[in-house]
Write a protein that binds this ligand. Sequence first.
Ligand code: B12
Length: 328
Amino acid sequence: MNLFGARAVERANELKFSASGIVDILPVLEHPLYQEHLSFYEDWINTKKHGEMGYLERGLERRKDPRNLMKSAQSLLAVSIAYPRNIPDDGVSPRYARYLYGPDYHDWMKEKLEALVVSLKEIFPSLEAKVCVDTSALLERTWAQFSGLGWIGKNTLLIHPKLGSYLFLGFILFSEKSEGAPNLLPNYCGNCTRCLEQCPTKALEKPGVLNSNQCIAYLTLEKRGPHSEEVKNLPFKRFIAGCDLCQEACPYNLKPAKNEVDDEALLQESQHCLTDTSSLIREDETAYKERVKGTALSRVKFPDAKRNLELYLEQSTRSPPRTQTHKS
Ligand code: B12
């Protein structure tokens, strides 16, 4: 790695990202595994596993090469941040995926990465950079894998051997070379298939293949409008926004990860993940918008939030959940 690469990683460590890695773009594009990932993506779209997420289909060509996002890109820095996993669950109330707790990661992660760019520009004034968090046409998990941040698990998530998979990923494209070579970690899933077994809707059709049309995360967060009767009969397991079941099943998520945000502080900042059903039933659109403002939950529009709640209520009456108190 050259001086630029070393400085970029050093700055990422100073900013307390849980893990980081830098890689030059060209050797990745020429790597046979990258080509396999592209074919995998294309097959996935062609077999309509993306449901109604039209942007994934439209962005297919752009996603093939990060230089479509920034022409001068020569290297890519990938970072991850482990988010808290100890969210209380009473076994009865509606549930939210863990990543929805706290303020919207898209915003604070972008700010952190922009601060990193500013500090690097002090040493490399002609540096060009582009920050990407989730919404850019970038194959994020592929790039994270090539940067040494983990392997792609059977649940399709990027898993780090020590941090697990409850991770936010973020990226910066740089106009400087880093001399960082692809750093592929071994895949430690082994014979384990717990994620596939735990998915109640069988969205994980086979190891590494997720059919969004069956995925609770897709159906609660991304799918717009009313559900078909078939979907309404899928067991949503009380999730009303996102789903963590394939992550909860993963042995790499059992231990708390380092650099986690303080759980208590996070819960204080998470009033938007409202679980009281009577308040949820009474809530109108204005109150809903106010509640979710500035959080990742704001992606779910009011009519879809109501649809998710109604399904929770319907499924709870059909087969009331067991009452229990535990920390998941
Ligand atoms: C669309 C999307 C979704 C969709 C589709 C998910 C999916 N598995 O594709 C839905 C709405 C279902 C979803 C759900 C979730 N998502 Co999402 N999502 C995305 C998004 C925007 C694009 C993903 C994508 O391109 N999918 C298409 C498929 C084909 O690509 P892929 O699964 O990433 O796989 C690539 C490689 O991993 C590799 N690959 C994967 N499997 C295999 C198998 C073989 C054999 C081969 C050769 C290659 C290969 O090839 C693919 C092409 O590069 C990314 C951000 C981004 N810009 O990339 C976030 C992202 C993947 N999501 C994220 C999160 C946190 C989630 C949820 C956990 C949220 C939740 N709790 O509800 C769930 C997890 C569900 C799951 N098991 O995937 C994180 C993942 C962090 C991590 N540790 O991996 C990301 C990276 C956002 C971020 N910046 O943090 N998501």
